[in-house]
Design a protein around this ligand. Structure first.
Ligand SMILES: Nc1ncnc2c1ncn2[C@@H]1O[C@H](COP(=O)(O)OP(=O)(O)OP(=O)(O)O)[C@@H](O)[C@H]1O
Length: 223
């Protein structure tokens, strides 16, 4: 089964159609860049995926949940199947890496401290940051902070990561390292959609591209 499947999906914001007749699928382990001008609907697409915006018509499934019929009480469970990565990392800068990650697990119902520690060690290893477990977030470089943010996104074993301009605050070389990490995650079966204006990185690290334009989202072969 696809990780994401949209068929003839229409979405509006405040009664104004924003995305019209979207049909696309994302399979396990696929990586997509999502490009498009400001205001073209990239955030709208992401919001619909995590249940923040209602689908007006069409059929849409994400991580095994039907977005048309999903009940409000199931939206937190849908979101646990997704990982989120942001341009500005959105880490808690007043605490260390371990507390940043434990916070998420505790907020999603995990109580067993041994299990929490084991999971934190596993995701830090996945992102190559095992040595940073006791470090304060504000002492880390931008690239290291983004790795911790990716570790946080991985905590609940997401099937799909939504990354919103994740290289926007990173220099070109560090951006490439983050892209390498994303590629490794896709090889392990996680799907990733990365909204980006970072054409330098897209050119250096080619991948499948979805373009958001004129209310539609379609695969394109080049920028
Ligand atoms: N809360 C809202 N209420 C009404 N219209 C909105 C709302 N949020 C966004 N829109 C409109 O929906 C359209 C798509 O906006 P969206 O934020 O999805 O674009 P975007 O591609 O993510 O832009 P950016 O790259 O600047 O983040 C725009 O016309 C915008 O004005």
């Amino acid at each position: 089964m696809s990780v994401l499947s949209f068929e003839n999906v229409h979405i509006s914001q405040e009664g104004i159609p924003t995305l019209t007749d979207i049909s696309l699928t994302v399979e396990a382990g696929e990586f997509y860049y999502l490009i498009g001008k400001s205001g073209s609907g990239k955030s709208t697409f992401f919001k619909s995926i995590f249940g923040e915006l209602v689908i007006d018509s069409g059929a849409a499934q994400v991580a095994g949940y039907d977005l048309v019929t999903i009940k409000n009480q199931d939206i937190p469970y849908l979101r646990r199947k997704l990982g989120f990565v942001f341009q500005d990392f959105q880490l808690l800068t007043d605490r260390n890496v371990e507390r940043n990650l434990a916070f998420v697990l505790e907020a999603t119902g995990h109580k067993d401290q041994t299990e929490i520690k084991t999971r934190i060690e596993a995701v830090l290893e996945q992102v190559g940051m095992s040595n940073a477990i006791h470090k304060r977030v504000h002492k880390l470089s931008g690239g290291e902070q983004q790795r911790i943010a990716i570790a946080r996104a991985l905590l609940n074993n997401p099937v799909l990561i939504l990354a919103d301009e994740p290289t926007g605050h990173l220099d070109p070389e560090v951006s490439i390292e983050i892209m390498d990490l994303f590629k490794q995650l896709t090889l392990q079966g996680t799907s990733i959609i990365m909204a980006s204006h970072d054409y330098h990185t897209i050119q250096r690290v080619p991948g499948k591209i979805l373009k958001c334009e004129g209310g539609n989202i379609v695969p394109v072969n080049s920028l």
